[in-house]
Design a protein around this ligand. Structure first.
Ligand SMILES: *[C@@H]1O[C@H](CO)[C@@H](O)[C@H](O)[C@H]1NC(C)=O
Ligand SMILES: *[C@@H]1O[C@H](CO)[C@@H](O)[C@H](O)[C@H]1NC(C)=O
Ligand SMILES: *[C@@H]1O[C@H](CO)[C@@H](O)[C@H](O)[C@H]1NC(C)=O
Ligand SMILES: *[C@@H]1O[C@H](CO)[C@@H](O)[C@H](O)[C@H]1NC(C)=O
Ligand SMILES: *[C@@H]1O[C@H](CO)[C@@H](O)[C@H](O)[C@H]1NC(C)=O
Ligand SMILES: *[C@@H]1O[C@H](CO)[C@@H](O)[C@H](O)[C@H]1NC(C)=O
Ligand SMILES: *[C@@H]1O[C@H](CO)[C@@H](O)[C@H](O)[C@H]1NC(C)=O
Ligand SMILES: *[C@@H]1O[C@H](CO)[C@@H](O)[C@H](O)[C@H]1NC(C)=O
Ligand SMILES: *[C@@H]1O[C@H](CO)[C@@H](O)[C@H](O)[C@H]1NC(C)=O
Ligand SMILES: *[C@@H]1O[C@H](CO)[C@@H](O)[C@H](O)[C@H]1NC(C)=O
Ligand SMILES: *[C@@H]1O[C@H](CO)[C@@H](O)[C@H](O)[C@H]1NC(C)=O
Ligand SMILES: *[C@@H]1O[C@H](CO)[C@@H](O)[C@H](O)[C@H]1NC(C)=O
Length: 730
């Protein structure tokens, strides 16, 4: 479905690269001293000073407000002075002109929390953000605007984009949150990795870039704007690099007056159902960060993600997990992930220790050996800081300024005074901890459960009719993952036949006369598949009920407004003749599940169906309900769904996410079995747990437990880490 792998993946490293001289506003006369922000080739200039910024992405809707204070405090303790977040349009404007800035959507509270702890903020407005977030952050209603084409020189899109961007900027201004007003926001972003899709729009794409830059700058925030992955970002918008190897790929600032900015790098690549976990070693991340500071005069590093959190409810994009960047320095629950957190903390301290020399000194480099190089910054009063890079796979002894140093293999030593090594990227001193998730509450007694079977609809029970196979998103309006396609099929005598169903995604479960005859699914960015199975039709009228299921809206690529999902063709092939049911055939539709319609997972809705006792044998398409008391203490809470297969979970009416245990990774293990239940979703007693299970998961295997850290572990070495295979430069 997608033409390119242009994921805005995000453990981001945002770098301001200084090339010195010619500075923009930088001519120091233009430097603002009132808290406003400018930049030169070296760095952002805040209140008149160049700044070395270590930033981390934390997305407010991916945690709960009661977690924010602690997340930000742990980021600060980890040596960050900046927090970066996207702005989530479809969270804030669920219907045109109806805004929500409450609860997890309370962006003002989030930014004020950052401010209260004395950190800066980067506001990446987009408002297209991708971010492995449903529909890349765009509200579904935007798709229904007549004549709209997203992210190009298209009047309806530009109208709504400007409208929302203005709304957010006005909100920030009214709360005095821009640095120019004394607030923490030092940089804003417009659009997101647009260069990836620009070609698809020809000249209209280029016009749109100019328009977006002008529109953003016209909002007069008093702080600079960036466009990430946009080499031709128009002045004064800064072009930023996103990616895995900006040092090699970045074309550099597109004007001599701009710092180079690197907006995307990642410690870990986000998880997908069916894909292996991909985590980078702390040594490797530290090496990359140090190299970019040393080599490219980098002054701004943003980790994407510093805390990934949870994609609650149905907020993930297609095929991405409910858990988001769990191996980041702060894990899904907000717990410190060692040794990564501690190793980066030491790196930050070592670099900040010589930040004046790095920001104001002159950079030189020279060779120390075939694969060894020194990057030396010299400042006033003989200040000197050095980075000694060893790209060799062996430890190497080198001479630097008449002293001998042993450089560990594939490492960078930082000498804040050009003399003593205060940090080496390959020496992980940080203590290791192991994360423990202990089941404290088991749901292994049938007495604890009630169940209600979802009704499999038949043609006669449907009200929405068409002689075509309808496109899924157009039909559900994204109100549900589920769309039923039903039809009647008459045969003169009992007979076997082959049924072939083509789908554009994502999952299909086929029922004939109420019995499951097969299911199939697509893959990440390869959503289409065919279900081909033999069925038995009985004499007379048979019922075909096909449940097409989406696992998140797409979030990337051009023409997002015209993507398609759901069934595309249905053919029956048999001795009694073949029939093509694809068009000119009466189909009846049901959007969503009956349980969803009555909000069976809410306190009120739960009483609208006749629950019955658990029947011992697991069943398909079944709702399960149990009541439980919250685990004691204040440790984070999680639910283990290892015994289940695919579905969704709610606690006290709040969606905590999808699960898909039955889609294993290449190693045969499920991608995710534990789902986070935020403490703030729980009351001390009588919490209602509701699950919808699509396959034959067994609720008796479910447990709830708390999560905590234990000192010492062997977890560190057990991950399939990614390391130095590709990048080996000094
Ligand atoms: C957004 O558009 C609505 C009309 O659809 C208008 O009432 C509102 O003032 C606009 N807001 C901004 C910030 O432009
Ligand atoms: C970003 O980090 C990854 C590892 O975390 C590394 O492979 C990549 O080279 C880094 N990119 C840059 C530009 O440093
Ligand atoms: C996911 O796994 C499949 C199959 O192993 C692979 O082809 C694909 O490239 C992976 N996708 C990503 C984004 O890593
Ligand atoms: C900072 O540098 C000084 C030497 O210039 C050193 O003594 C000190 O330990 C360093 N501190 C850190 C945190 O690296
Ligand atoms: C880093 O700054 C120095 C001046 O101190 C300059 O000569 C050099 O070209 C810069 N390097 C990069 C990659 O911008
Ligand atoms: C070292 O410095 C020279 C001169 O400034 C520059 O041309 C070269 O690119 C630098 N080399 C590296 C590897 O940074
Ligand atoms: C490391 O050094 C040893 C002995 O000096 C040599 O045989 C080996 O090839 C070196 N390894 C690498 C990766 O350079
Ligand atoms: C290194 O030693 C040489 C001669 O021994 C001397 O001329 C030079 O100044 C020394 N350099 C430094 C940086 O100490
Ligand atoms: C796409 O998925 C189908 C199965 O639905 C598989 O046969 C095919 O190899 C996949 N293609 C790619 C490029 O992964
Ligand atoms: C969705 O519906 C619109 C009209 O409402 C139509 O123009 C469009 O082609 C439909 N999309 C698909 C993929 O069927
Ligand atoms: C079924 O009909 C559709 C629509 O007319 C057509 O595109 C498709 O090729 C047909 N399939 C078969 C197997 O005849
Ligand atoms: C639930 O029902 C009560 C009493 O009937 C009502 O006051 C409340 O608004 C309902 N809540 C929801 C979420 O519908």
């Amino acid at each position: 479905m997608y033409s390119s792998r242009n994921m805005c993946l995000k453990w981001l490293l945002l770098l301001l690269i200084a090339v010195a001289g010619g500075a923009v506003a930088a001519a120091s006369s233009a430097v603002r001293r009132d808290g406003g922000v400018t930049y030169d080739r070296r760095s952002l200039i805040i209140a008149g000073r160049r700044k070395l910024l270590f930033s981390g992405s934390i997305h407010y809707p991916r945690s709960t407000p009661d977690m924010w204070t602690s997340l930000i405090a742990k980021a600060k303790e980890g040596g960050l002075n900046t927090i970066d977040t996207y702005v989530f349009w479809n969270v804030h404007e669920p219907q045109p002109g109806q805004y929500d800035f409450s609860g997890r959507a309370d962006i003002v509270r989030f930014i004020k929390e950052i401010q209260a702890q004395g950190l800066y903020t980067i506001l990446r407005i987009g408002p297209f953000i991708q971010a492995e977030w449903t529909y890349g952050g765009l509200p579904f209603w935007l798709r229904e605007v007549p004549g709209i084409v997203f992210r190009t020189d298209n009047e309806p899109y530009k109208f709504y984009m400007q409208n929302f961007t203005t709304k957010i900027v006005d909100l920030m201004k009214s709360e005095k949150l821009f640095a120019s007003q004394g607030g923490p926001i030092v940089l804003s972003q417009i659009e997101n990795e647009y260069q990836n899709v620009e070609k698809a729009f020809n000249e209209a794409g280029a016009r749109y870039v100019l328009w977006a830059a002008k529109m953003a700058v016209g909002l007069n925030t008093g702080v600079p704007w960036v466009m990430c992955k946009q080499d031709d970002a128009p002045d004064p918008v800064i072009n930023a690099c996103n990616g895995r190897s900006c040092a090699e790929t970045f074309v550099g600032p597109n004007s001599p007056n701009k710092p180079a900015i690197w907006t995307e790098n990642w410690t870990h690549l986000y998880d997908l159902y069916g894909n292996a976990t991909r985590i980078y070693k702390p040594e490797y991340i530290a090496y990359q960060v140090a190299l970019f500071i040393a080599k490219l005069n980098g002054s701004f590093i943003n980790y994407y993600m510093y805390h990934g959190g949870t994609n609650f409810g149905r907020t993930t994009s297609a095929f991405t997990l409910t858990s988001y960047y769990d191996p980041a320095p702060l894990d899904e629950y907000g717990l410190i992930n060692e040794p990564l957190w501690g190793h980066l903390r030491e790196l930050h301290a070592a670099v900040q220790n010589c930040s004046d020399t790095l920001l104001y000194g002159q950079q030189t480099n020279y060779s120390l050996g075939p694969l060894q190089r020194a990057y030396v910054y010299s400042g006033d009063e003989r200040k000197c800081a050095a980075f000694l890079v060893n790209a060799d796979r062996n430890n190497t002894d080198i001479k630097f300024q008449n002293r001998t140093y042993r450089l560990p293999a594939e490492s960078i030593s930082i000498l804040p005074d050009c003399n003593i090594v205060s940090f080496n990227t390959a020496k992980v001193a940080a203590k290791c901890t192991e994360r423990i998730r202990v089941p404290t509450m088991k749901f292994d007694s049938p007495m604890l459960w009630q169940e209600w079977r979802e009704v499999i609809p038949v043609f006669d029970s449907t009200t929405l009719r068409s002689n075509l196979l309808l496109e899924q998103m157009n039909t559900t309006k994204d109100t549900s993952d589920y769309l039923w396609y039903t039809a009647e099929y008459e045969v003169p005598a009992d007979a076997k036949a082959e049924i072939k169903i083509g789908s554009r995604g994502h999952v299909l479960r086929a029922y004939i006369n109420g019995r499951l005859v097969g299911s199939a699914h697509g893959y990440f960015r390869n959503f289409s598949f065919t279900l081909d199975t033999t069925v038995l039709f009985h004499r007379g009228v048979n019922t075909i009920s096909l449940l097409s299921i989406m696992v998140g809206m797409p979030d990337s690529g051009a023409y997002l407004e015209s993507r398609a999902a759901g069934l595309v063709n249905v053919n029956v092939l048999g001795n009694q003749g073949s029939k093509n049911l694809t068009d000119k055939y009466p189909w009846g539709y049901q959007v969503g599940l009956v349980g969803e319609r009555v909000q069976i997972y809410s306190m009120n809705g739960s009483s609208k169906v006749p629950w019955s006792k658990y029947t011992i044998s697991p069943n398909q398409l079944t709702w399960y309900k149990a009541i439980f008391d919250a685990p004691g203490g204040s440790d984070p809470v999680a639910i283990n769904l290892n015994s289940m297969r695919k579905g969704q979970v709610w606690i006290n009416g709040q969606g905590i996410g999808r699960y898909w245990i039955s889609f294993p990774k290449p190693d045969g293990m499920p991608s995710q079995t534990w789902l986070h239940i935020p403490r703030s979703f729980l009351k001390p007693r009588g919490n209602m747990l509701v699950l919808f299970e699509e396959e034959m998961g067994n609720p008796l295997g479910i447990s709830i437990g708390t999560v905590y850290l234990k000192k010492l572990c062997n977890r560190y070495n057990s991950y399939p880490f990614l390391g130095f295979s590709s990048t080996r430069r000094s």
